[in-house]
Design a protein around this ligand. Structure first.
Ligand code: GDP
Ligand code: MG
Length: 597
């Protein structure tokens, strides 16, 4: 296809504003889908993704649009990952396009996630078409949202389209706008191959599948290609496109988006953002903006049933096959036995992996406190990264500690602003700006990431009844007064509960942890002290009283089935318990203890 008849775009939208519905509608209008296929939204394919309404892998579909001008256009629609944890992946998907549809729910308005993605699109010089969706709803206020797009984003919105992705109203205007308002790609198909590696995943039949955008040159079967970041060379087995099912094509040329396979064994060999070139006739320099993906949140995953360790090893290995940003290494905890220390792009990423291990592999897990990566500057001048609070060296050898900070943007209706400000202040936040657009406030805070990883999203949602939206980006490392807090149960330190805290917050956190554990650990036949300590100094303490009677005592003389039921219930509960010295701690205590009220 000549470049003038190609359009590459993605859809930017806050969750639930209608991205998938619009994508399906566009696919249907271009004749790419049967009724049966329409029943399921095609672009969000993985179960978990569908359940949570988010997309993790960038996906793309090629449409053929017979325009009213008599020409047939090749339209490549790229669906981008929908969550802050994957913002680098989003930026690479956007780089593969010339334009974007900014879909805003006309009954809701602009949200923080939308903002972040629009700024990324503008950074990549994308042409943006604002689209007001859900105008079929009685609550839709297109005029107000139009003004909001202009005020908050600073984007011209008088020619925003008004549509209903659900009923199909106005959707043909979207296709028309894609053709007339978005620029075609530029590139030279005679120049040496230069393509962007947008995403990759593992396919049981094909091995690693690489999603790519060709900028210059051509790529076809049999060609020797090179990944410029690591120098790896492969022979292309196949190139193809998604419509949305995979379809093999002869070649992909400058301006086009599609996939390749090349007998690549592991996703880890393919780096998102990398430049793919021809091995014999390489381009002179790679595309700009390549960045290695770095995990930012770490935690330990241990099987509740320690005999499942081998199964867990297999599970993490399998998940890693498909997710190069997920890292793990074996860990041995005094309290929890063998498990894995794992690195994630963010909290949601952690949750997804944890849920998949439990669901798909049937392994119940104990998850230890999520931790960020601290930089320890040692007295001997060395810098060490700390991924696990349990590895904190003796403080006399540490000169100072640095922790990562983020800049958070929160959009919230006025009524809840007070609660949001309090939450941010409680988490050591520094307010940068506070502005209003209509009856919504936009507040920007700098926050230490370690105050965000535990339960910030949950708290934010609960204090704003779900009305706030949140997004963040990195600002870097800063020195902080950080110390390791140990938790002792029955005088024994439980390494899995150790955490790094800011000195000013240590007592509060320590007290909260002890109180929580007191609620969560069942009574035993003896008294159990629960303590929080920094170094050798106890900063908080609670005591779990001893159990008075046998639990079944009250059933004596009563009916036997009731007694058996009680014992069975206890046994089922036991499975989720873990023995620490003489004390049994329930599995949920590990995460629950970290949540602050
Ligand atoms: P996404 O998270 O942005 O992909 O949003 P979805 O496409 O999954 O849509 C979220 C919800 O909004 C679904 O229940 C859709 O049926 C609904 N929805 C999407 N577009 C419209 C629309 O134009 N009108 C109405 N009334 N509902 C819509
Ligand atoms: Mg969706």
């Amino acid at each position: 296809t000549p470049l003038e008849r190609i359009r590459n775009f993605s859809i930017i939208a806050h969750i639930d504003h209608g991205k998938s519905t619009l994508a399906d509608r566009l696919i249907q209008m271009c004749g790419g889908l049967t009724e049966r296929e329409m029943r399921e939204q095609v672009l969000d394919s993985m179960d978990l993704e569908r359940e949570r309404g988010i997309t993790i892998k960038a996906q793309t579909v090629r449409l053929e649009y017979a325009a009213p001008d008599g020409q047939t256009y090749q339209i490549n629609l790229m669906d981008t990952p929908g969550h802050v944890d994957f913002s680098y992946e989003v930026s690479r998907s956007l780089k593969a396009c010339e334009g974007a549809l900014l879909v805003v729910d006309a009954s809701q308005g602009v949200e923080a996630q939308t903002l972040a993605n629009v700024y990324q699109a503008l950074d990549n010089d994308l042409e943006i078409i604002p689209v007001l969706n859900k105008i079929d709803l009685p609550a839709a206020e297109p005029e107000r949202v139009r003004a909001q797009i202009e005020d908050v984003i600073g984007l011209e919105a008088h020619d925003a389209l008004e549509i209903s992705a659900k009923t199909g109203l106005g959707v043909s205007d979207v296709l028309d706008a894609i053709i007339h308002r978005l620029p075609p790609p530029e590139g030279d198909d005679q120049a040496p191959l230069k393509a962007l590696l947008v995403d990759s995943w593992y396919d049981t039949y094909l091995g690693v599948v690489v999603l790519l955008r060709v900028f210059d040159g051509r790529i076809k079967k049999g060609q020797r290609i090179r990944f410029m970041s690591n120098g790896a060379v492969y022979t292309v087995d196949r190139v193809g496109i998604f419509r949305p099912g995979k379809q093999t094509v002869d070649e992909l040329a400058a301006g086009e988006i599609g996939f390749l396979t090349a007998s690549i064994k592991e996703v880890a060999e393919t780096n998102v953002g990398d430049t793919i070139t021809d091995d014999k006739r390489p381009c002179d320099k790679p595309l700009t903006g390549y960045k290695e993906s770095q995990p930012v949140v770490f935690c330990g995953l241990f099987p509740v049933d320690s005999s499942q360790f081998e199964q867990l090893r297999e599970a993490v290995g399998r998940l890693r096959l498909n997710d190069a940003s997920f890292q793990f290494e074996m860990e041995n905890s005094a309290a929890l036995g063998f498990g894995f220390r794992c690195g994630f792009l963010g909290l949601l990423h952690l949750e997804i992996i944890r849920e998949r291990i439990e669901r798909e592999f049937g392994i119940e897990l104990i998850t230890t406190a999520p931790s960020v990566v601290y930089h320890l500057y040692m007295t001997n001048g060395e810098m060490r990264e700390l991924h696990n609070p349990a590895d904190m060296p003796d403080p006399v050898h540490v000169d100072h500690v640095e922790e990562p900070w983020i800049e958070a943007t929160i959009l919230v209706p006025d009524d809840y602003l007070g609660a949001v400000l309090k939450l941010c202040e409680d988490r050591r936040g520094r307010q940068k700006t506070l502005t209003y657009a209509g009856n919504r406030a936009m507040v920007v805070y700098e926050l230490p990431l370690n105050e965000v990883v535990f339960d910030f999203y949950d708290r934010l949602k609960s204090v704003t009844r779900g009305y706030a939206s949140f997004d963040y980006n990195w600002i870097g490392y800063e020195t902080g007064e950080l110390v390791k807090m140990s938790i002792l149960v029955n005088e024994e330190p439980v390494d899995a509960l150790a955490m790094i805290v800011h000195r000013s917050r240590a007592e509060l956190r320590g007290r909260a942890m002890c109180e929580k554990l007191k609620e969560l650990i069942p009574r035993h036949m003896f008294k159990i002290p629960v303590q929080a300590a920094i170094g050798g100094r106890v900063i908080a303490r609670e005591t779990i009283a001893a159990m008075r009677k046998d639990v079944t005592a009250k059933c004596y003389g009563g009916d036997v089935t009731r007694k058996r039921k009680l014992l069975e219930k206890q046994k089922a509960g036991k499975k989720k318990m873990r023995q620490f010295g003489k004390v049994e701690i329930p599995q949920d205590a590990f995460i629950a203890a970290l949540k602050m009220d």
